[in-house]
Design a protein around this ligand. Structure first.
Ligand SMILES: *[C@@H]1O[C@H](CO)[C@@H](O)[C@H](O)[C@H]1NC(C)=O
Ligand SMILES: *[C@@H]1O[C@H](CO)[C@@H](O)[C@H](O)[C@H]1NC(C)=O
Ligand SMILES: *[C@@H]1O[C@H](CO)[C@@H](O)[C@H](O)[C@H]1NC(C)=O
Ligand SMILES: *[C@@H]1O[C@H](CO)[C@@H](O)[C@H](O)[C@H]1NC(C)=O
Ligand SMILES: *[C@@H]1O[C@H](CO)[C@@H](O)[C@H](O)[C@H]1NC(C)=O
Ligand SMILES: *[C@@H]1O[C@H](CO)[C@@H](O)[C@H](O)[C@H]1NC(C)=O
Ligand SMILES: *[C@@H]1O[C@H](CO)[C@@H](O)[C@H](O)[C@H]1NC(C)=O
Ligand SMILES: *[C@@H]1O[C@H](CO)[C@@H](O)[C@H](O)[C@H]1NC(C)=O
Ligand SMILES: *[C@@H]1O[C@H](CO)[C@@H](O)[C@H](O)[C@H]1NC(C)=O
Ligand SMILES: *[C@@H]1O[C@H](CO)[C@@H](O)[C@H](O)[C@H]1NC(C)=O
Ligand SMILES: *[C@@H]1O[C@H](CO)[C@@H](O)[C@H](O)[C@H]1NC(C)=O
Length: 408
């Protein structure tokens, strides 16, 4: 509306200068298949009578300044409308309003457009100077990445400009949409996406298009931000529990661009740091207690390096964990002295004492034993707890026979 009031002002001031054509806008960038509006007002000496009004486009070989009349995009004598523009134009056709709508524009519509009117007076012919420059944007969009550096990698901290453009020109009146790894960046609605200080989080594939249309999207372009390893950490893989005999693999995980080239593994034991490996993975074929300790790795690429956090590794002993099971140990205490030394005094013979104790101990594991403990023959490695009760208790030297049973 703003420009219309300007046009009206121009028209008022033009009442004196009688011959006038005003165009708005002077330059248009439109998408293929869209419609464009050439706003136009004109004036002429009232005592003359209009014969024809038309919009023309100079042909490619003609002068583009309006001095040579080209083909008619619109003509008040309909037969003179060029084939290319038939049924695609709507002329305002109101007093002093020469606005034209052009539908379904294509690349071949690119060029200058001028409004011209002729009166019945031989000298009463006038072409509005300047014309309107129409460019047609050819989809799809494409993303271009610019930095101040030439032929150099993008590093963290650099200022980066991503531009969303189409061939020939880019219509900027539409709201744009930007996508990073196919996800909309809600705050980016301009044809230009400026990142003043790029970080590793900005690494990714970018695409753009029009906010209201999914079909216009550009092919993805990789914003290849180079950065030193980040989030270096250790992942522990184990064939089962982290316990003696099992194989273990420690993996040095990180996020880096370009990919990590050198890994170093270290183990800390009793304040000694020792270098133990140089691959991404550190493998232990058969874990033992001495593999327990603190581990860390260092990941390095061209951009720098980072140490992982120190990860403790505890290798459990390989005994079947019976902590929560109760073992009943019945032990026979034999009073050797009394049994075997004094046959003369049978009255003093003390019968064997049977003691039942509940102990919490480990039993060496064998593959089958876990499933069918009651029938599996198992050698037991017993450590007997010191009894706190005053009842008789198992004393390791005294144990001759042990009978084990389970209570869950
Ligand atoms: C223009 O429209 C008329 C009637 O709507 C139709 O008869 C004619 O074929 C159309 N011409 C072109 C070139 O599309
Ligand atoms: C001229 O005509 C067009 C199309 O009918 C209309 O949209 C526009 O508002 C008119 N301009 C003026 C200044 O009346
Ligand atoms: C628009 O123009 C193209 C050729 O440029 C044509 O193929 C298409 O059918 C036209 N669309 C409409 C709706 O007239
Ligand atoms: C029309 O505008 C384009 C840019 O959008 C420019 O390259 C071209 O030279 C202009 N044409 C004329 C005749 O001014
Ligand atoms: C970017 O796109 C390429 C090609 O489609 C793909 O290989 C790559 O994994 C993508 N990168 C990210 C970070 O999504
Ligand atoms: C979406 O954009 C197209 C192309 O500019 C436009 O023609 C259309 O009116 C828009 N649709 C909506 C719903 O805004
Ligand atoms: C990184 O590894 C390469 C070969 O794998 C080796 O030549 C280079 O010396 C290593 N760099 C460092 C700093 O360890
Ligand atoms: C740690 O280093 C000290 C001194 O070099 C050495 O006496 C000690 O045995 C080392 N400990 C281990 C666990 O290697
Ligand atoms: C990373 O580990 C190395 C080797 O132990 C050490 O020299 C260096 O100081 C560590 N860097 C940081 C930042 O902790
Ligand atoms: C045994 O199990 C208990 C409880 O489930 C656990 O706290 C303990 O660390 C385990 N010990 C071994 C050696 O697996
Ligand atoms: C345990 O052993 C008994 C006797 O040999 C057998 O009948 C039973 O099927 C076994 N149970 C399992 C779970 O193997």
């Amino acid at each position: 509306m703003f420009y219309i009031s300007i046009l009206l002002q121009l028209l008022l001031s033009a009442a004196v200068a009688s011959w006038l054509v005003s165009y708005y806008p002077r330059s248009i960038c439109a998408f293929e298949r869209s419609s464009v509006d050439f706003s136009c007002m004109f004036d002429y000496s009232d005592y003359r009578i209009l014969k024809t009004t038309y919009w023309f486009k100079p042909e490619a070989h003609q002068k583009q300044d309006g001095s040579q009349v080209g083909i008619s995009a619109y003509n008040s004598e309909a037969a003179k409308i060029h084939q290319l523009y038939k049924n695609r134009t709507a002329y305002a056709n109101r007093d002093k309003n020469c606005s034209l709508q052009l539908h379904n524009v294509s690349k071949s519509d690119t060029g200058m457009y001028f409004f011209r009117f002729e009166t019945y007076s031989s000298r009463g012919k006038y072409t509005g100077p300047g014309g309107i420059n129409l460019s047609v944007a050819v989809l799809p969009f494409r993303v271009t990445v610019k930095t101040k550096k030439v032929n150099e990698h993008i590093h963290e901290g650099d200022s980066v400009t991503l531009t969303c453009s189409t061939e020939n020109c880019t219509p900027t009146q539409e709201p744009f949409a930007w996508f990073k790894n196919q996800r909309l960046i809600p705050e980016a609605t301009d044809s230009v996406l400026q990142i003043t200080s790029v970080s590793h989080d900005d690494f990714g594939n970018y695409s753009c298009g029009l906010k209201n249309s999914s079909t216009t999207s550009a092919d993805e372009i990789l914003l290849d931000v180079r950065y030193s390893p980040k989030n270096v950490k250790i992942a522990v893989l184990s064939s089962g529990k982290i316990q003696e005999g099992n194989s273990l693999t420690l993996i040095c995980k990180s996020n880096a661009n370009p990919a990590v080239t050198n890994y170093s593994w270290f183990m800390i034991k009793e304040a000694n740091v020792s270098y133990i490996g140089s691959d991404r993975e550190f493998s232990i074929k058969s874990a033992s207690q001495k593999d327990g300790g603190q581990y860390f790795c260092i990941a390095k690429n061209d951009m720098g390096s980072q140490n992982s956090t120190v990860t403790p590794l505890k290798v459990e002993d390989g005994l079947l964990n019976l902590t929560r099971r109760k073992l009943n140990v019945i032990c026979l205490h034999l009073y050797r002295r009394k049994l075997f030394t004094s046959k003369k005094q049978p009255a003093e013979q003390t019968p064997a004492v049977t003691v039942t104790e509940e102990i919490y101990e480990n039993l060496r594991k064998s593959p089958e034993s876990e499933e069918n403990l009651t029938t599996y023959v198992t050698y037991v490695d017993l450590r007997l707890p010191s009894s706190t009760s005053d009842r008789p208790h198992c004393n390791s030297q005294d144990v001759i026979y042990s009978l084990l049973s389970y209570k869950d």
